[in-house]
Write a protein that binds this ligand. Structure first.
Ligand SMILES: *Cc1c(COP(=O)(O)O)cnc(C)c1O
Length: 248
């Protein structure tokens, strides 16, 4: 355990140093928030990360996240769980029980499901605060996005043209707070170019909803590019926790 703790400390320090350098290089005043993505890694790792000062953690599958959040909470550790994966509406109830924020809100049906689930959790004191919401944007070129949708291989995300409508629904929904936008850089594309487009979409959202300034962008491989383009939240997994097991 000491060895693992030491390894996590070192990788975390490295990532934090990268974030600081990139923030300085981009002449930004404030560092983005680091969310450590703990998917595939055990609750024991999450507890070590908490000892190392991590408060924000990310997960992309409800079943895994719910179990881990319960285990960590039972150990008396309070963390902010960020749900970052594609989310089916029928999982909204479970997610409302532990999530601090959802980064993958990408359709109106999910907005309604989350609002209903959060209101119920608030009324039964399964949670005390509204749920933070990021609208996930699909940054694939329109043709690629369409092809993916047809093949059922979409990685999620709203079409850029639908973002304002979803934002309006979140703002109108009880129990939800609109925080901003989120995206994953498309495979094989220049992440800087993708994050620049996300920044434009963010500006359009902020124009309508001045409070929704958050931009969740940047992972292990492209966090520097995300910082250049205004990311406020970084989702970093493998560069902190090590490689994930190849397949589950
Ligand atoms: C896994 C994941 C991350 C973290 O990716 P790394 O490359 O391991 O840093 C970030 N965002 C989402 C949506 C993910 O699923």
């Amino acid at each position: 355990m000491d060895e693992r703790r030491h390894a996590l400390q070192q990788s975390l320090d490295l990532v934090r140093t990268r974030i600081t350098s990139a923030t300085v290089a981009a002449a930004r005043d404030e560092e983005p928030q680091l969310i450590v993505v703990t998917k595939f890694h055990p609750a024991a790792d999450v507890e070590l990360l908490a000892e190392l000062g991590v408060v924000e953690v990310g997960e992309n599958r409800d079943q895994e996240a719910a179990a881990k959040a319960a285990e960590v909470a039972a150990a008396g550790i309070e963390l902010n769980w960020h749900f970052i994966g594609q989310l089916q509406s029928n999982k909204a109830k479970s997610v409302a029980g532990y999530a601090y924020a959802v980064h993958s809100v990408d359709r109106l049906a999910l907005v309604s499901a989350l609002s209903k689930a959060v209101c119920s959790a608030l009324s039964t004191e399964r949670r005390t605060d509204p749920l933070g919401c990021f609208i996930q944007v699909d940054l694939d070129e329109a043709a690629v996005a369409e092809q993916r949708a047809r093949q059922g291989s979409s990685r999620g995300g709203a079409a850029p043209d639908d973002v304002l409508e979803i934002a309006q629904a979140i703002v109108a929904a009880e129990g939800l707070d609109l925080l901003g936008v989120m995206a994953v850089a498309p495979l094989g594309a220049d992440p800087g170019e993708a994050f620049a487009r996300l920044a434009q979409i963010s500006a359009a959202v902020v124009h309508e909803y001045p409070q929704a300034t958050a931009i969740s962008a940047g992972m292990s491989g492209d966090l520097e590019a995300a910082i250049v383009h205004g990311a406020t939240h970084l989702r970093v997994g493998s560069d902190v926790l090590g490689p994930r097991p190849a397949l589950r």
